[in-house]
Design a protein around this ligand. Structure first.
Ligand SMILES: NC(=O)c1ccc[n+]([C@@H]2O[C@H](COP(=O)([O-])OP(=O)(O)OC[C@H]3O[C@@H](n4cnc5c(N)ncnc54)[C@H](OP(=O)(O)O)[C@@H]3O)[C@@H](O)[C@H]2O)c1
Length: 328
């Protein structure tokens, strides 16, 4: 198989390194960089335009360029019948999304949105607990993701990053869409939401660095979501209160624990003692490649990517207009 990686930045390099472990995949890279690691130069075909890359006839592509270019790049590749792994978020607008969706359907393409938290073992455990209805009826949910943007790529100037720039699809809501994605994975479609976003810190960026939302799902579950770009240290958590007790996970411990309301004690449901961040990326790639081979739908296809993009855009719109946004 031939795999094309578009954009050799931070996540593109990670995907290339992970792809190199597959002996049956020839890697083509679309990048304008001139400072590419020797190991990658030796093992991959590097070209600087999509047109040239298409001549190599790739079977699938990983889109790891800046957010604002995902959809246009995907359309160009979809026209050529190439299966698509699109990095999160799908886009920073709904522009051209219908065209991409029609092409994907017409050409029968396999699609996947790179929301790697769906491959985080603790998040998977929470999903399993919810699906097995182990904790009773969910009453309330709180999720958060905090990090300090300049720490994301310590060797680069954060002000130049896509996440810092509106025009490239940045901002904490779109760049940290993982929590929106896993809440959607857990609880399904949204009924309505209200959000307050702001640029609060002294970071030199033209996008929001804080987002607080209340998300009301169609199944009547209400989640509070906190996202920010300015907390040191990084921290992620998910707390679910239900009739039988509380499920809690955070990124410090990587333990999923359950407080049993009857027994009045905490129980460890899952502990990821050997947590390695790259495992999520390896597992999602494995999943995507298997789905391509079997011509089977992925667990996060384009239609789900469109849904989570709509939720993220509604969070932006709600705050801009100071209004509750309702979904059909
Ligand atoms: N799933 C995850 O955990 C995860 C993590 C990080 C990022 N991402 C997503 O992946 C995408 C890329 O993020 P990244 O952190 O890898 O960014 P990055 O390091 O800044 O790399 C972005 C790449 O996009 C290409 N590009 C095209 N037009 C550009 C422009 N006008 N300005 C800057 N770069 C441009 C560049 O390719 P060349 O330099 O190769 O030509 C660049 O290397 C984003 O959509 C982001 O949300 C996902």
């Amino acid at each position: 198989m031939k795999g094309l990686v578009v954009g050799l930045g931070s996540i593109g390099t990670r995907h290339v390194n992970n792809l190199m472990k597959y002996s049956d995949v020839d890697i083509i890279i679309c990048s304008k960089r001139t400072d590419i690691e020797k190991n990658i130069v030796e093992k991959c075909t590097i070209l600087d335009s999509i047109k040239q890359c298409l001549e190599e006839k790739p079977d699938f592509a990983i889109l790891s360029n800046v957010t604002s270019l995902h959809v246009l790049t995907a359309i160009e590749l979809a026209k050529n019948g190439i299966d698509l792994f699109i990095e999160k978020p799908l886009s920073n607008s709904l522009e051209n999304i219908d065209e991409l969706y029609s092409l994907v359907k017409k050409k029968n393409l396999i699609t996947f949105l790179g929301c790697n938290m769906r491959f985080h073992k603790c998040i998977q455990k929470i999903k399993e607990i919810l699906d097995n209805n182990e904790i009773g009826r969910v009453l309330s949910v709180r999720a958060e993701s905090s990090s300090f943007l300049p720490d994301w790529h310590p060797n680069e100037d954060y002000r130049d990053s896509y996440a810092a720039k509106k025009v490239l699809g940045g901002g904490v809501v779109l760049s940290c869409i993982h929590e929106i994605d896993y809440l959607y994975w857990f609880f399904g479609s949204v009924r309505e939401l209200f959000a307050k976003n702001k640029k609060q810190s002294d970071l030199d960026i033209d996008v929001e660095d804080l987002s607080n939302s209340l998300i009301h799902f169609k199944n009547n579950i209400i989640a509070e979501l906190h996202l920010d770009f300015f907390q040191r240290p990084d921290f992620r958590s998910c707390n679910i209160i239900a009739t039988k007790g509380v499920i809690n996970w955070n990124s410090d411990s990587n333990i999923v624990k359950f407080f049993d309301s009857e027994k009045k004690s905490w129980l460890i449901k899952f502990e990821d003692t050997a947590y390695d961040r790259n495992d999520m990326y390896v597992d999602e790639l494995d999943h995507f490649l298997n789905c391509i081979k079997l011509r089977k739908n992925t667990i996060n296809d384009l239609s789900q990517g469109i849904e989570t993009t709509k939720i993220a855009l509604a969070i932006l719109k709600s705050s801009q207009n100071n209004k509750v946004i309702s979904f059909d």
